[in-house]
Design a protein around this ligand. Structure first.
Ligand code: CTP
Length: 407
């Protein structure tokens, strides 16, 4: 279940050509289970109609015409009180200025001033306006008051000019929204390091040995961690995936790079989750130049790659070892016996045993079927579910393990 599910989002739309993107944003959030109510400023109504939003969300799109209606006394403070988040996307320079100065002369600015929920702003304005000292000062004031910002990005504007001021894309704004909603969640303040993807061990400049892994389970863990408020570092081998917004991304191609990154990042962290498929063997030598066919079939000698988890397990100092260490065991036979052997040999607090012999779960697909094993012999078998749902359960269990240590 995504963090957006059941959340009440108040989406403010102001007068920018990027208003058309707010329709997609409202639609995405609604599909993710959020209840999205709209407030359009008068200028926004010139770009997009309230009906567009009402049709996409099945909910109300408020405009300034309501401000003087029979419900106005409830509306002007009620909307901001009931919401989990006030998101203003697109937000013009004018609205940013009004919010910074505490002006309240339309339904959106009144709601923002009365809001008790977090506020997230996705600025959208033409080149020069965002970088103008006046706007920068207003942004600074709002940030100081804990207002959150998503973007803007640099890019080409509708005016044909390029520079800072382009509103982020709807999926990016959704990512920022998840991050802000997660700030109050149960893993807030906890540092969690997650590895993902299959490492690549070079044979020559164009070839490598790798492990089969899409990285999907590790990336789902990173997103679920952000949703739950954790400070997430994602150490990723090369994948085709887009990293979740809010994750501190570190790229590591080889087992050696993975080892260095894990030792640096997980020192003193609350939890380390090793979902990466790290090479056990690597070429003993890497050819500096591409191996040529005409030189015959090469004989590649392999050597052991570093075992990252074993190295972490053998760290003695609390300053270096993460508090909770979780491994994965991808097995094609004797799943539980092999996983439990890894649990004890790698001194883990939990291992996620993954049966890779089936086709409906595991590699490349969206679902996973795993069993969680603990050092006291307890086993928890989870039915087939999405990798995101698996990730949420793993993080729930990690939260319990951290809390037990804190007692
Ligand atoms: N792992 C690691 N370093 C390696 C290989 C694996 O840290 N060089 C971690 C993986 O990220 C995973 C756990 O160890 O969390 C188990 O990985 P797996 O490949 O299943 O086990 P191995 O210990 O490599 O044993 P085998 O391949 O013989 O099953």
């Amino acid at each position: 279940m995504s963090i957006l599910d059941g959340k009440h989002i108040l989406l403010g739309v102001t007068g920018s050509i990027a208003a058309y993107k707010a329709a997609e944003l409202a639609s995405r959030m609604t599909q993710a289970g959020a209840h999205v109510d709209l407030i359009l400023t008068r200028a926004a109504e010139r770009f997009i109609s309230p009906l567009t939003f009402q049709s996409l969300t099945g909910r109300k799109a408020y405009t300034d015409s309501e401000l003087w209606g029979g419900e106005s006394h409830i509306l002007h403070v009620g909307l901001g009180h009931a919401a989990d988040l006030l998101l203003i996307a697109p937000c013009t320079a004018n609205t940013i200025t009004k919010l910074a100065q505490g002006q309240a002369n339309d339904l959106l600015s009144i709601t923002a001033l009365a809001a008790q929920c977090p506020i997230l702003i996705a600025p959208a304005m033409d080149v020069g306006m965002y970088e103008h000292p006046a706007t920068q000062e207003n942004v600074r004031i709002l940030k100081e008051r804990s207002v959150h910002f998503a973007g803007p990005a640099a890019g080409r504007m509708a005016s044909g000019l390029s520079g800072y001021g382009r509103m982020l894309e709807p999926d990016e704004i959704t990512g920022h929204t998840r991050g802000v909603l997660g700030l109050r969640a149960k893993l807030a303040g906890k540092k969690i390091v997650i590895t993902a993807g299959g490492t690549q061990e070079p044979i020559d400049p164009v070839r490598f040995i790798s492990n089969r892994s899409s990285g999907k389970q590790g990336y789902a863990l990173a997103q679920a961690g952000i949703d739950m408020g954790a400070d997430v570092t994602l150490i990723s081998a090369p994948t085709a995936l887009t990293p979740p917004i809010g994750a501190n991304l570190i790229l590591a191609q080889t087992a050696e790079e993975m080892l260095d990154a894990v030792l640096t990042e997980s020192a003193g962290a609350d939890a380390l989750i090793m979902a990466a498929a790290i090479a056990d063997f690597r070429p003993a030598e890497t050819a500096l130049k591409k191996l040529k066919k005409r030189d015959g079939i090469p004989q590649i000698t392999l050597e052991a790659a570093p075992d990252v988890l074993k190295t972490v397990a053998n760290l003695n100092s609390r300053a270096k070892r993460p508090r909770v260490v979780v491994g994965f065991a991808a097995e094609s036979r004797d799943l539980l016996a092999n996983a439990s052997e890894k649990l004890s040999s790698k001194k883990l607090d939990m291992i996620v045993a993954n049966d890779i012999s089936t086709t409906d779960a595991g590699f490349d697909v969206e679902n996973n079927r795993v069993t969680l094993l603990y050092p006291d012999g307890k086993q928890e078998k989870l039915s087939l579910r999405t990798k995101f749902d698996v990730a949420e359960i793993i993080l729930e269990r990690i939260d319990t393990l951290i809390k037990t240590l804190e007692k």
